[in-house]
Design a protein around this ligand. Structure first.
Ligand code: CO
Length: 131
């Protein structure tokens, strides 16, 4: 059911500046996309079968803006690729985990995602990504 680490999400102040830094390290940008519902702009940088996801807030109301305000730039979440998002949510619920999304929603790339609260995962915001 758990397939791989899909991506690691990193909250950044300025997407273009961050992209330049990662390019200097040898990364390439796969795509840049705006996810309106989450008030973020996202750049995906492939790293083998995983990716780095750079996230820039497009509004002060965005979770990414709040994260940076509180903790500064840095690792925001780890995304796990699962076969079935419904199964993953069900399993987490059964285990008494605190979910941010009780139902899957559309994330970057139009994929179905759901977040598990860091309180239930020993301090790490966990994202399930289907497919
Ligand atoms: Co993500």
């Amino acid at each position: 059911m758990i397939k791989k680490i899909d991506h690691i999400g990193i909250a950044v102040q300025n997407l273009e500046v961050a992209i330049e830094a990662y390019k200097a390290l040898g990364f390439e940008v796969e795509e840049i996309e705006e996810v309106k519902e989450q008030m973020v702009r996202v750049a995906m940088l492939p790293a083998g079968e995983s990716r780095i996801e750079l996230l820039e807030a497009t509004s002060d109301e965005s979770a990414i803006a709040k994260f940076i305000e509180k903790r500064g730039e840095g690792i925001h979440h780890i995304a796990i690729n699962v076969e079935s998002i419904e199964d993953a949510i069900e399993k987490a619920k059964k285990a008494g985990m605190k979910l941010i999304d009780e139902k899957p929603r559309r994330g970057a790339g139009g994929k179905l995602v759901a977040f598990v609260h860091p309180k239930s995962t020993h301090g790490v915001l966990l994202e399930f990504v289907e497919g």
